[in-house]
Design a protein around this ligand. Structure first.
Ligand code: ADP
Ligand code: MG
Length: 341
């Protein structure tokens, strides 16, 4: 057995989807072992980390004055480097708990999916952070490529494939052919913007103040992009903006759909402009192959229908949209192994 093989045996190679909303970790041979919100709770004055992941997310909007819940990846760029590093370290360690002890003997090769169009400086920062957080070799892959690979699009073939990844902070659209991104667009509108739009709407229409988590719940339970869920109803609790006392109102799916129209349109426009900049031969491929949606935002009801109506193309939602990128990193880790052997 050569060194290469031995090192594979004694290390747990890891793929990380460092998303703005969720962080997923893939371990070679095991699949996706961890999904946690990309949130870190820290002490305001010392920056000491108190909690990471779902424990920290539950603190969002509910922290006392000296504790801060931070989303270091917000808007697709690494907003706070040292906190990102703490988060990567926590997730690598946690993922390693899922493998036999002997697979922790060597530092893992870590494949990290990064947003499309990330700068040179950010690239360095991610690599350095991952190394300090316990990684051996660090490989980076652009998110749209990882997502496309993860959902099984034929990225190496000489045909155009379109992938759209709607995350928390950003929406990325890319056309891929022959293992490369031919044209792509990234807009800083994603699930978070839908949530903040719901917050604004409730304030304006009902004088009701709700937090980020409540807004996200409303979006997931009754939100839509197309009239497929207009009759749904939901009771929403919050704080009256004027009297400052808690109150409850009842809202409909139709109201939320109409409220979401503006950010949804921005997302649709990202696709339309990517199509415009796509070379004609690849664009022609899309007529049959359509558009694949991934990322948590792909689960917004009726988005596929609206997108299909606006583009005239078939639209598909990935089977496990939240896992697409992480699975793609896993496939790429496998590729590296094949090349090395
Ligand atoms: P990121 O890659 O930025 O971490 P994800 O792909 O994990 O983002 O997607 C997170 C986003 O998906 C959040 O804004 C979340 O509210 C949204 N989301 C999750 N489930 C649903 C759903 N069923 N309907 C609409 N949006 C959803
Ligand atoms: Mg993502």
């Amino acid at each position: 057995m050569g060194f290469q093989r031995l090192s594979k045996f004694f290390s747990a190679d890891i793929g990380i989807d460092l998303g703005t909303a969720n962080c997923l970790v893939y371990v070679r041979g095991k699949g996706v072992v961890l999904t946690e919100p990309s949130v870190v709770a820290i002490m305001e004055n010392t920056n000491a980390v108190l909690a990471v992941g779902s424990e920290a997310k539950n603190m969002l909007g509910k922290t006392p004055r000296n504790i801060k819940a931070v989303r270091p990846m917000k808007e697709g760029v690494i907003a706070v480097f040292d906190i990102t590093e703490d988060m990567i370290r926590f997730f690598i360690q946690k993922a390693l708990h899922s493998v036999f002890w002997y697979r922790r003997l060597l530092r893992p090769t870590v494949m990290i999916a990064v947003p499309y169009g990330i700068t040179e400086v950010e690239t360095r920062a991610v690599k350095d952070s991952a190394k300090r957080a316990g990684a051996g070799d660090v490989e980076l892959i652009e998110e749209p490529m990882a997502a496309a690979v993860g959902v099984g699009l034929p990225v190496v073939d000489p045909v155009g494939s379109m992938i759209m990844d709607i995350g928390g902070g950003t929406t990325e659209v890319a056309v891929i052919s022959l293992s490369g991104i031919v044209t792509a667009k990234s807009v800083r509108v994603g699930g978070d913007r839908l949530d903040s739009t719901i917050i604004q709407y409730l304030k304006k229409e009902y004088n009701l103040m709700v937090g980020e988590l409540a807004a996200e719940q409303i979006k997931i339970r009754i939100g839509s992009a197309y009239p497929v869920n207009d009759d749904a109803r939901m009771d929403v609790k919050g704080l009256d903006q004027v009297s400052r006392v808690p109150k409850m109102i009842s809202i409909t799916g139709k109201e939320i759909r109409e409220a979401l129209q503006e950010p949804v349109t921005t997302i649709i426009e990202a696709v339309l402009s990517t199509l415009e900049s796509c070379p004609p031969d690849l664009a022609a491929d899309l007529i049959d192959r359509g558009i694949m949606l991934a990322g948590g935002g792909a689960m917004l009801r009726g988005l596929d229908q609206l997108l299909s109506e606006e583009t005239g193309l078939p639209v598909f939602v990935a089977e496990e949209p939240l896992q697409a990128v992480a699975r793609g990193t896993g496939v790429m880790l496998q590729e590296i192994e094949t090349i090395q052997n």
